[in-house]
Design a binder for this molecule. Structure first.
Ligand code: DC
Length: 228
């Protein structure tokens, strides 16, 4: 926060469902505008990996999970290439992308103490301004005063195809049908949770990327942002 308590200038919020291409687009927008980039999904993934490794179920052991999150050493480092995540000193930036973490993350992201902690960390990261922050609830809850808000979406099938391409590149084998099911389930969980559900902020610009290239989406956002 600035001394006057307000959020700094040059704050762009990008929200949207899983696999809509937010991360690629947000990173490119940040690069072309010379802003920092923070992928808040990586923060939720870090907590999920921590919980999974400790054998703590987000549904049954909410108290234990809150305690673990408070005591574990979870560090986030905003680099030009993306958000680096460290867990008790170990670099887990790659490990948090495992399909098993993707399957579990919505359950951990529903826990109020987890959301409270990450929301305040995210506000601290944005306090100085000059940032593109990407997630599910950035424009609605984390940074409601952001200068510009975007909601990036795409059809479920197109999102599943993109996810499959990414996973194949990382050496994982998954079927399109399984990915469609997983994405639908994640959308359902992310949109129906009680706290900070995935929804479009009333003042967000909605972009359906199903038939757009990354370059086209980036160009639209950069044009819309204009001069901050
Ligand atoms: O963007 P992603 O797929 O890496 O996000 C992983 C999960 O984290 C997603 O299923 C929902 C959750 N998430 C959230 O609840 N709020 C955010 N601001 C970002 C992600």
């Amino acid at each position: 926060m600035r001394e006057d308590g307000a959020i700094g200038r040059g704050v762009i919020a990008i929200d949207g469902p899983a696999g809509a291409g937010k991360s690629t687009v947000a990173k490119r927008v940040a690069d072309s505008l010379g802003l920092a980039y923070v992928d808040t999904g990586a923060m939720y993934r870090g907590i999920t990996l921590l919980g999974m490794r400790s054998g703590i179920s987000p549904e049954k052991d909410e108290k234990k999970l809150a305690e673990l999150v408070r005591t574990a050493e979870l560090k986030f480092e905003a680099r030009p290439e993306g958000l680096w995540v460290y867990l008790n000193g170990e670099d887990v930036t790659r490990a948090i992308r495992q399909p098993e973490v993707s399957r579990q993350v919505s359950y951990y992201a529903r826990v109020p103490s987890v959301r409270q902690l990450l929301t305040s960390l995210q506000r601290e990261l944005a306090a100085a301004g000059g940032i593109v922050m990407e997630g599910r609830d950035i424009g609605t809850v984390v940074l409601p005063d952001a200068d510009k808000k975007f909601f990036i979406t795409a059809s479920v099938l197109e999102r599943a195809r993109r996810r499959q391409r990414d996973l194949v590149q990382q050496g994982y084998r998954v079927t399109l049908e399984d990915l469609v099911r997983e994405i639908e389930e994640r959308d359902r969980l992310d949109s129906s949770r009680a706290m900070a559900p995935l929804c479009v902020a009333p003042d967000a610009v909605v972009i359906d990327t199903s038939n757009l290239t990354v370059d086209e989406v980036v160009a639209r956002i950069v044009a819309e942002v204009g001069v901050l």
